[in-house]
Design a protein around this ligand. Structure first.
Ligand code: NAD
Length: 469
């Protein structure tokens, strides 16, 4: 599926399709699909977990992780790109693992991987437009699914994933790695221990200057590490407003606040700056008759979304992938006793009720707190995760937990309701922006089960049992 650049500029179907963001449903699903709630669903233990990986760019996080975990085997891989396939086969051989079956040569080869009887879990790290089709096809083929972020973009897509997962009793997990970051899990632990008091407000973001990547040509065929395949991110950003990458800042906050497990999103408003940076960047970087210099980009630079939860808490989430700013996920959580902020990490709480927390603790004390209250998963597996790498270790911890839960017949840390509630905000924030920041109701994909579902519990793993001690 090669995109002709002139066709791209002339405005293919995606331009009109995305501009008409209409008709989503917030009221579907009065009862669970045939199979009942997936909130605490667990399948039989997979003593041997056979994984098929589609998309071998970011899919490399899965390759590294599963190749390092005993009892897991990457039995199949799929990509269109020969360099990435070779790199994956080399890495798998270097890890002393059997060679996976390769599916390549056409844009629908992933269907064969999903149908492969030697695959239990389809791990999907393809461009955004393939996330929902692959997840639905794989579940219908009887496979559990883990999909990169965002796993869906519209409310209707989210409902379809929820209902399919419930009907077929297949896991449909979103691979939100930032939930496993060291400071995010420290914050989670402080919340669980009550150090910050009752939670009140949180702020998160995806602020990452991706202008270069958005406009870069795909060069991987020549041996380099290319940017986005067929400009998938630029194509999406060019026709959408709103926050189209909601989950890196939001996922950890939902864990702190027990969203879908004690609390639930209620409504949002979203406000966006105009677009100043994308087009200016392209005009400066490319000749004026180049399609990139002429491309109109809809997405404003800074989107700010405010969410109110049913328990009365507030959340602010920002998205900016085009401004010249340092990377930040903000990662701030405040409660009735104190707060934790990130970028850089700082912490403060009251010594006694009403005393106030007017200054952050000194660096030495913050460091003591980081060590003392480090999340048990990080205490136990953090050194190994750092050695394995991948965003400071969080990628490995995500794969480790996913493997551990499937190998031991446990519910997954991120279920289909988390996926749906975090991802539906892409469409809802866009609709709000396009309607002068109108309030948008957020569907309760759990259909009330958030009131009775227990908060996420123990997130540790038994390294001895996994053969990793
Ligand atoms: N969680 C994170 O930290 C993180 C980081 C980067 C990317 N991502 C997500 O991972 C996904 C992939 O991102 P990326 O940076 O690897 O993109 P990429 O463009 O570098 O890689 C996509 C890969 O998919 C392959 N592909 C495209 N169409 C295909 C098809 N029909 N069949 C098989 N393979 C196909 C391409 O050849 C390419 O190798 C995106 O959803 C992105 O949002 C997440």
């Amino acid at each position: 599926m090669k995109t002709d650049r002139r066709e791209f500029l002339k405005g293919a179907a995606w331009m009109g399709a995305a501009a008409a963001v209409v008709g989503c449903s917030t009221t579907k699903g009065f009862g669970f699909g045939d199979g009942g709630s997936m909130a605490t669903f667990a399948d039989k233990p997979f003593k041997k977990l056979r994984v098929g990986i589609v998309g071998l760019g970011r899919g490399g996080a899965g390759v590294n992780g599963f190749n390092a975990i005993p009892g897991c085997e990457i039995t199949a891989i799929c990509d269109l790109n020969a360099v990435r396939i070779k790199r994956t086969l080399d890495a798998t051989a270097k890890a002393g693992r059997p060679a996976p079956k390769v599916y390549t040569g056409g844009p629908e080869e992933w269907k064969k991987l999903c149908d492969d009887e030697n695959v239990d879990l389809v791990y999907n790290a393809t461009p955004w437009e393939l996330h929902v089709p692959i997840a639905l096809y794989a579940m219908n083929a009887g496979k559990h699914v883990a999909t990169e972020v965002p796993s869906a973009f519209t409310v209707d897509e989210c409902w379809e994933l929820v209902e399919t997962s419930e009907r077929l009793k297949r896991h449909c997990m979103q691979l939100e790695n930032c939930c496993y970051g060291e400071i995010e899990m420290l914050a989670l632990n402080l919340c669980r221990l009550g150090k910050l008091g009752d939670l009140v407000h949180a702020e998160g973001a995806y602020i990452h200057d991706l202008r270069g990547y958005n406009y870069a040509d795909w060069i991987d065929d020549k041996g380099g590490d290319g940017a986005y395949w067929e400009f998938w991110r630029l194509r999406h950003n060019a026709v959408h407003k709103g926050n189209q990458y909601t989950t890196h800042g939001l996922g950890p906050i939902c864990w702190y606040m027990d969203v879908n497990r004690g609390d639930c999103f209620d409504y949002l408003v979203s406000l966006e700056s105009n677009q100043f940076n994308f087009e200016a960047y392209a005009k400066a970087a490319f000749p004026k008759d180049n399609w990139k210099a002429k491309l109109k980009v809809e997405m404003g630079d800074m989107n700010t979304m405010l969410i109110k939860t049913k328990k009365g808490r507030s959340i602010m989430i920002q998205h900016d992938v085009s401004s010249p700013r340092p990377y930040s996920r903000i990662n701030t959580i405040t409660g009735t006793k104190g707060l934790l902020c990130d970028y850089p990490y700082r912490v403060a709480w009251e010594d006694k009720p009403g005393a106030g927390a007017h200054s952050f603790f000194a660096d030495e004390k913050a460091e003591e707190i980081r060590k003392e209250f480090m999340h048990p998963l990080w205490k136990q597996s953090g050194d190994m995760a750092k050695k394995m790498g991948g965003h400071g270790g969080m990628d490995f911890l995500m794969v480790l937990r996913l493997a551990y839960c499937l190998q031991n017949g446990l519910p997954l840390d991120q279920n289909v309701y988390d996926l749906a509630s975090w991802c539906c905000l892409c469409e809802l924030s866009e609709k709000s922006v396009r309607n002068r920041s109108a309030t948008m109701d957020i569907p309760d994909f759990t259909r009330g089960a958030w009131k009775t579902t227990a908060p996420l519990g123990d997130l540790s793993v038994d390294l001895g049992k996994m053969g990793l001690a």
